[in-house]
Design a protein around this ligand. Structure first.
Ligand code: AMP
Ligand code: TRP
Length: 326
C-alpha cells in the first residue's frame, strides 16, 4: 500500500513561483511514489474578503495552472474542497477538541487579524481546524507545504493525538514535507512572495512580464552604482538564481557580482532567460486549457467523486467513535 499525500492551495487564480518552489513542485514529484490527493481549498479562501462572482473563475484558473504544472488528474485526485461536504462536517467535530488558545497562538491568524481589522471572522480563527479536517478525512501521512504552513501542521498533529487518546486510534500523525524553497521572498526582496502583496512572478507569466518585473526588483541595497561590488548573500535575485540557473551560471554571477564585473541588470537578464525556460512550457500548457472550462469542471467533479468515497468512509468511522451513531 502506498502512503497517502494530501495538500491544498487557495483559489487565488494565480499561482506564483513561491507556491511552485515552496510546494507544488513537490506535489508533482510525489505522484510517482505516493497516493496523492490535492485540493483547491475554496472554503479556506472565503475567510478573507472576496468577490463571489470572481471565485468560480479563480477556482477553474487555479485548476488549469495546477494541471499545467504537472498535477495530472489521471494519476492523482484533484478536486475542489467545497464539493465534498464531509470537510466541514469533520471540522465541526474537531472544533470541539481544539482549544481556542491554541488557535489564537497561530502566527498566520495573528497576521491576518492585523491585515483584516474590518473582518476578523471566526473562520479566520478556525482555519487550521479545517486544514486538519482536509488531511484527516483521507488519513494522509505526508503533507507537502511551504514553511508558512508548518505551525498549522503541528497543530494538526496535536489534534490527532487528542482525538486518538479520547476516541481510540483513528488517524495517523501527518508529517510535514517542505518544498525545495520553503520560503521565497517577493520582488521587494523583503516580504514573503504572495499574491496579496503583488510582489510575485506568476507561474504562467509572459516572457516580457518576467523581465518587466525583474527589471525593477530589489537587489543588494548597498550596491548603489554599477561599479560597486555587491554582496550576493543579501541579494534576492541571487537567491532566485539558485532555483533557475545552472551551477556554472550561479558561480559566474556570484563572482561577477562580488568583483563588480557583472551589473545587476545583466544578472537579472540571465535570470529572466532561465526563469522563462522553466515557465514557458507551463504557460503554454495552461493556454491549452483556455476555452475548455467544461472539461476542467468535469475533471474536478470526477475528482470530487473519488475523494467523497474515501471521506464518507472516514466519517462513518468517526461518527461511530464519537458516539453519534445510534
Ligand atoms: P496558498 O496560496 O497560501 O494556498 O499556498 C499554497 C502553498 O504554497 C502552501 O503550501 C504554502 O506554504 C506555499 N507558499 C505560499 N507562499 C510561499 C512562498 N512565498 N514561498 C514558499 N512557499 C509558499
Ligand atoms: N492553508 C494552506 C495554505 O494556505 C492550504 C491548505 C488547506 C492545506 N488545507 C490544507 C495545505 C491541508 C496542506 C494540507 O497554503
Amino acid at each position: 500500500m502506498k502512503k497517502r499525500v494530501f495538500s491544498g492551495i487557495q483559489p487565488t487564480g494565480i499561482i506564483h513561483i513561491g507556491n511552485y518552489l515552496g510546494a507544488i513542485k513537490r506535489w508533482v514529484d510525489l505522484i510517482e511514489e505516493y497516493d496523492c490527493i490535492y485540493s483547491i481549498v475554496d472554503y479556506h479562501a472565503i475567510t478573507v474578503s472576496y468577490d463571489p462572482k470572481e471565485l468560480p473563475i479563480r477556482i477553474i484558473e487555479s485548476a488549469k495552472i495546477l494541471m499545467a504544472a504537472g498535477v495530472d488528474p489521471d494519476r492523482v485526485i484533484l478536486f475542489v474542497q467545497s464539493s465534498v461536504s464531509e470537510h466541514t462536517e469533520l471540522e465541526w467535530i474537531l472544533n470541539t477538541i481544539t482549544p481556542v488558545g491554541d488557535l489564537e497562538r497561530m502566527t498566520q491568524y495573528k497576521d491576518k487579524r492585523q491585515q483584516n481589522v474590518e473582518n476578523i471572522n471566526t473562520g479566520l480563527l478556525t482555519y487550521p481546524v479545517l486544514m486538519a479536517s482536509d488531511i484527516l478525512l483521507y488519513k494522509a501521512e505526508v503533507i507537502p507545504v511551504g514553511e508558512d504552513q508548518k505551525q498549522h501542521l503541528e497543530l494538526t498533529r496535536e489534534i490527532v493525538r487528542k482525538f486518538n487518546r479520547r476516541f481510540g486510534n483513528t488517524f495517523p500523525e501527518p508529517q510535514t514535507l517542505l518544498g525545495v524553497a520553503p520560503r521565497i521572498k517577493g520582488l521587494d526582496g523583503n516580504a514573503k512572495m504572495s499574491k496579496s502583496l503583488n510582489n510575485y512572478i506568476a507561474l504562467i507569466e509572459e516572457k516580457e512580464d518576467i523581465w518587466n518585473k525583474l527589471r525593477i526588483a530589489v537587489t543588494d541595497p548597498a550596491r548603489k552604482r554599477r561599479n560597486d561590488p555587491g554582496n550576493p548573500e543579501v541579494c534576492n535575485i541571487y537567491s532566485l538564481h539558485k532555483y533557475f540557473s545552472s551551477e556554472e551560471e550561479i558561480e559566474k554571477v556570484n563572482k561577477g557580482c562580488r568583483n563588480a564585473e557583472i551589473g545587476c541588470v545583466e544578472c537579472k537578464k540571465i535570470l529572466a532567460e532561465n526563469m522563462d525556460r522553466v515557465i514557458a512550457p507551463i504557460r503554454e500548457k495552461k493556454k491549452s486549457f483556455d476555452g475548455k472550462e467544461n472539461l476542467v469542471r468535469e475533471i474536478l467533479y470526477s475528482g470530487a467523486e473519488q475523494a467523497r468515497k474515501i471521506a464518507v468512509q472516514t466519517m462513518e468511522e468517526v461518527r461511530e467513535k464519537i458516539g453519534v451513531k445510534f
